[in-house]
Design a protein around this ligand. Structure first.
Ligand code: EPU
Length: 427
């Protein structure tokens, strides 16, 4: 099993180019199934989650070609409507295929994705949105059989929580429904806007993306197009945190700084100097990090839950006591026991973590509990005294492209003990 061995205590300095966004790439790839023809998606990161998505597309009948970070998906003769359980289990977010499949084939069979490392993750809001659009769903023993007795019909969909995935599913199906759909309390994440930009280029009529109310006028047909995925704001944040915890001076290039609107003020609060020039964000760390007063994760534009674990590493070595509240997922503190092994002082009570900053962390053998928890441990290894071994890094490979290679380019000392990204060969 692969692990990352980190020789800590080195100051990071230099620049990194941020990768394309995983959470944009996945729904956009699902959308390529809905549109007719050959889509070309640029800036698709090489990640195991992207690979799992491609397996689903192939299973549905699409032809895939990878050219570097560009993917060509040809859905011309693809008419599958069932996702096998093993592929659903590989990646929980495969549920975003539901809207795309229903929009294309008018029926779908999937299994419920179930809980995962970070929480229960029910899909009630996804199913609510589909039912509103005229989908009939039979749920039995974890298998969902979906059909459309009449037509996909535009509707008013009021979400009780601005779920990212449910908003995406509703947008996908509503794009080709008859009439107008209004999504109220829609998720406002930049990845939603990226999906809508792609669909609008394909001929969809979606307005309001990035706001709480999205209006979709259904069209009869969507035609494939070319699209470049936006930069990954969570990966960009993680690299900035890496600079902060190592007393570094680093620049992350190719970002959309506005997408880090909730993250950058927290770094400044911690004493980092941030400067922005076009798409480049530069961070200069202070000699000693300051505590984070009270950080609460929230739907966008609030502080992202996906950056909660890596910023906790920063709090572990900051001066004073920091408080972090995880508001989105119920089990997203699994990195805490691992950070404790490295000398951190953290108490958790339900969704609240209280972190008393220590002078330094110490190298240890730790296990990556999930994707973002894994990146938090790598950051801990970077600033710790001695050697840290992070195992179960398959979680990290789900979301960070060339993580250790990029960090080594700016002076980190990390060795991967076994290399297998599970990526397809280029044709
Ligand atoms: N929820 C429900 N019912 C639903 C859907 C969601 O109760 O039908 C709950 C979830 O259990 C969770 C909360 O609502 O407690 C937020 O879930 P949401 O649907 O917004 O998240 P998601 O679509 O499952 C995406 C990202 C996550 C990211 C969240 C929140 C993708 C592929 N995944 O998940 O990314 O944390 O939005 O921003 O876009 C990650 O990249 O590490 C990651 C987990």
């Amino acid at each position: 099993m692969a692990s990352l061995v980190i020789n800590g205590g080195r100051r990071l300095s230099g620049s990194i180019v941020a990768q394309g966004s995983k959470n944009s790439a996945l729904p956009i790839l699902a959308a390529t199934y809905l549109v007719n023809g050959k889509s070309v998606i640029h800036n698709c990161p090489r990640l195991s989650d992207v690979e799992s998505t491609l397996k689903i597309l192939e299973n549905l009948g699409c032809r895939i070609e990878r050219r570097g970070n560009d993917l060509v998906v040809d859905s011309t003769s693809a008419f599958g409507y069932e996702i096998p359980e093993n592929l659903m289990r590989e990646m929980r977010s495969s549920v975003i295929f539901l809207g795309a499949i229903l929009g294309k084939t008018k029926k779908a069979v999937i299994s419920t994705p179930g809980g995962c490392e970070i929480g229960l993750r029910p899909i009630d809001l996804h199913l609510f949105a589909m039912r509103k659009l005229g989908v009939e769903i039979n749920e039995e023993h974890g298998r969902l059989e979906c059909s459309i007795p009449k037509k996909l019909k535009g509707a008013k969909i009021t979400l009780t929580f601005p779920s990212v995935g449910a908003t995406e599913n509703a947008i996908l199906a509503a794009s080709v429904a008859e009439g107008t759909t209004t999504i109220i309390n829609a998720a406002r994440e930049p990845e939603i806007s990226d999906l809508c930009d792609f669909l609008n280029k394909c001929g969809a009529k979606i307005s309001g993306a990035g706001e709480s109310i999205i209006i979709i006028e259904g069209v009869k047909k969507l035609e494939a197009t070319e699209h470049a995925v936006i930069c990954d704001r969570i990966v960009a944040s993680t690299y900035l945190f890496a600079g902060a915890v190592t007393g570094g001076d680093i620049s992350v290039k190719n970002t959309v700084p506005a997408h880090l609107g909730a993250v950058l003020p927290v770094l400044e609060e911690a004493g980092c100097e941030i400067s922005i020039r076009c798409s480049e964000i530069r961070l200069k760390a202070p000699t000693k990090l300051h505590r984070i007063d009270k950080l609460i994760t929230q739907p966008y534009p609030g502080f992202p839950t996906d950056a909660q674990a890596p910023i906790m590493t920063l709090a572990t070595i900051a001066e004073g006591t920091s408080v972090i509240v995880e508001n989105i997922f119920e089990s997203r503190f699994k990195h805490v026991p691992e950070l404790l092994r490295m000398g951190a002082k953290i108490r958790t009570e339900g969704r609240v973590a209280v972190i008393d900053g220590v002078e330094r962390l110490y190298g240890a053998s730790v296990v990556s509990p999930d994707l973002r928890g894994g990146s938090a441990l790598v950051l801990a290894g970077l600033c710790a005294n001695g050697v840290t071994e992070v195992s179960e890094i398959k979680h990290i490979d789900r979301g960070y492209e060339n993580f250790e290679t990029n960090l080594c380019m700016i002076n980190a000392d990390i060795v991967r003990t076994e290399k297998d990204y599970g990526n397809r060969k280029e044709k």
